[in-house]
Design a protein around this ligand. Structure first.
Ligand SMILES: [Cu+2]
Length: 162
């Protein structure tokens, strides 16, 4: 029964994303993560792909993605005249971290593999493509300039069982 309902859930999800794209993604994401999780089996990969910064805040403080996939996130800094970036840490909190996550394929600072973007003064956008960590768990992220207020967690979901 669950499998038969999946296409409906996908269609609903697409509709929700289409609608929320014009209304502000934060509300849509809250709706997606607030309930209906049993039907929305695709929710772990439903992050809309753009992380917006406004008023020295990320519009998502929790990004859930599957393990070991190639994905692209666009960082959209809308704070005019204010420099921001994003960096992802290996484990633990942003304060007690174990180093920067690797796996960046393009768009990261200095062309390196570390998942750290160069500081950019808004308004500006930067897309970066990376391989998500293979190890499920929580990876903190922050802005190097505002580590007290601009923090969040990248949740790497375990791959679904057979
Ligand atoms: Cu910042």
């Amino acid at each position: 029964m669950k499998r038969a309902r999946l296409p409906v859930a996908l269609a609903s999800l697409a509709a929700v994303l289409a609608v929320t794209a014009g209304l502000g993604l934060a509300g849509g994401w809250a709706w997606l993560t607030g309930g209906e999780q049993e039907d929305l089996a695709v929710a772990p990969s439903a992050f809309p792909g753009t992380l917006t910064i406004r008023g020295e805040r990320y519009d998502h403080d929790r990004i859930t993605l599957p393990a070991g996939i190639v994905t692209t996130i666009t960082l959209d800094n809308q704070d005019a005249g204010v420099a921001h970036n994003i960096v992802f840490f290996d484990f633990g909190s942003a304060v007690e971290h174990g180093g920067v996550v690797g796996g960046c394929l393009s768009g990261c600072a200095g062309g390196g593999r570390e998942l750290r973007l160069a500081l950019m003064e808004g308004p500006a956008r930067q897309a970066f493509t990376f391989i998500t960590p293979s190890q499920p768990g929580e990876y903190s992220f922050w802005c190097d300039v505002h580590p007290d207020t601009m923090v969040g967690v990248l949740v790497i979901a375990a791959s679904p069982g057979p």
